[in-house]
Design a protein around this ligand. Structure first.
Ligand code: C2O
Ligand code: CU
Length: 476
């Protein structure tokens, strides 16, 4: 038995006092590394050459993996990673969707300086909310993410949901992305920075991978109830998804629990996530295709559920157990601060010009500066925030898409509720961190500005972002 005497209390108190005085290296030794550097991966189907990629690895100088190592904690736990930059260009890591301490947000140029080649940056933060998140480069992200710098960040429920009555018996992370490869299997580099892609739907790939493989087999067992954590890590591709022969129940979007609802098809804009539950009703030894709509209703198989040969386990009966609703949803819509973000530009649009570095510029001048889009008439200048909000205020933002293209609008540091689409109340009022806005659509969202700091607001089609669809807001 441990007895806490006054003396041992004093001893531990003085020990605590000593800690800050320890040399820095003592702390350094304990922080796990996230190394960003060149690596190779089998992106093209087996039998093709390996592809040179940029990837995250979990030790200094190690060849990284595609996707990057899965980081997994429980809600309320701390994530610590020392980013070590082994790339030929500066970088930073953003922890997408985490309601994070502003200094740890990884938005290079806004919340931190870019990490130069050979340098490190220590990320240390609490992951407050359970859910499916991801991390990715946030410097030249249109190139760095396309070269492979992304990985899953899974925050488990504080009390395990898996295994409870009606819940899934197992879970699996399914990270999707696409790659633009040459016939040789190498990443097609000539189009990096091509304004024509940026002014259209972005730099779409020609090979889709699931967990880094173009021929992924996701092993499942007959009878089990499976939670799939779907993540769209592509820089531009919107992914409508379905699984042949299996009904899915949606249980979370962008990490947020939703009342379970049946869904035939999930549409994920870049950066969006969905957690779905499927009952594995196939026969041992059988397969079922995971399909993506490659555009215009051309469904292609991107992975297979591969049933093991083991005898079926007894099926789980009854409805899918909802995830615990843990987050405070308090919004004060009556007293909300009203803001509007008008999206303009792009091919087949009507934008004639926009402000660029404080100067009214016509479309030709914008294109020369590699800008094709604007928010509220400003083509991606970062001098001033789109708005400021006092801490704790509800902010109501109208997202007005005056372009011919869909966009996926993301807010850093906060989660928002979708109130209306084209004036109609949204049926589900889902909470998300990234919202799909169709061409000419108007979407109203609201969030509680409870996280102080400077936060990006941008399109997560990363070519759109760099070409003008970005701004920021300040809380507090
Ligand atoms: Cu995935 Cu600015 O973020
Ligand atoms: Cu966009």
């Amino acid at each position: 038995m441990i007895s806490l005497t006054r003396r041992s209390l004093l001893a531990s108190a003085s020990a605590a006092l000593v800690i800050p005085a320890l040399p820095r290296v003592a702390r350094a030794a304990t922080m796990p590394v996230l190394f960003a550097g060149p690596a190779t991966a089998q992106i093209a189907p087996d039998g093709n050459d390996l592809t040179d990629v940029w990837a995250y690895g979990s030790s200094e100088g190690s060849a990284g993996t595609i996707p990057g190592p899965e980081i997994r904690v429980r809600a309320g736990e701390r994530v610590q990673r020392r980013l070590s930059n082994g790339l030929p260009q500066p970088t930073a890591v953003h922890w997408h969707g985490i309601r994070i301490d502003n200094a740890m947000d990884g938005a290079a140029g806004l919340t931190q300086d870019p990490v130069q080649p050979g340098d490190t940056f220590d990320y240390d933060f609490i992951a407050p909310d359970p859910g499916t998140y991801w991390y990715h480069s946030h410097d030249r992200s249109w190139e760095q993410v396309a070269r492979g710098l992304a990985g899953p960040l899974i925050v488990e429920e504080a009390e395990p949901w898996t295994g409870q009555e009606g819940a899934a018996t197992r879970e699996m992370t399914v990270m999707l992305t696409d790659w633009r490869l040459e016939a040789s299997g190498a990443i097609e580099e000539a189009s990096f920075g091509d304004i024509r892609d940026w002014a259209h739907g972005g730099r779409l790939g020609n090979v889709v991978t699931v967990n880094g493989r173009s021929d992924a087999e996701l092993e499942v067992n007959a009878g089990e109830r499976l939670r799939l954590r779907l993540i769209n890590a592509a820089t531009a591709r919107i992914m409508p998804l379905r699984i042949e022969g299996h009904d899915a129940t949606l249980i979370a979007l962008d990490g947020h629990p939703v009342a379970p609802r049946a869904t035939e098809q999930i549409v994920l804009a870049p950066a969006q996530r969905a957690d779905i539950v499927i009952d594995c009703t196939g026969k041992p030894g059988s397969t079922a295709a995971l399909m993506v709509d490659a555009g215009r209703n051309q469904w292609v198989q991107v992975a297979a559920l591969a049933y093991s040969d083991t005898a079926p386990v007894p099926a789980i009966e009854g409805p899918v157990r909802p995830l615990p609703m843990t987050m405070d949803h308090a919004l004060d819509l009556k007293n909300a601060q009203r803001e509007e973000i008008v999206m303009e530009g792009g091919a087949m649009g009507s934008m004639r010009g926009a402000r660029l570095n404080g100067v009214e510029s016509d479309f030709r001048q914008l294109v020369a500066a590699k800008r094709a889009w604007a928010f509220n008439g400003i083509a991606g200048d970062m001098e001033n925030p789109a708005f400021r909000a006092p801490r704790g205020r509800t902010v109501h933002v109208t997202l007005r898409n005056d372009t011919s293209w869909p966009h996926g609008i993301h807010l850093h540091g906060h989660h928002f509720e979708i109130l209306t689409r084209n004036g109609q109340p949204d049926a589900y009022r889902d909470r998300r961190d990234t919202v799909f806005v169709a061409p000419e659509e108007v979407v109203e969202i609201a969030f509680n500005a409870d996280n102080p700091g400077k936060w990006l607001l941008h399109c997560h089609m990363l070519g759109h972002q760099v070409a003008g669809m970005r701004t920021w807001f300040e809380v507090g």
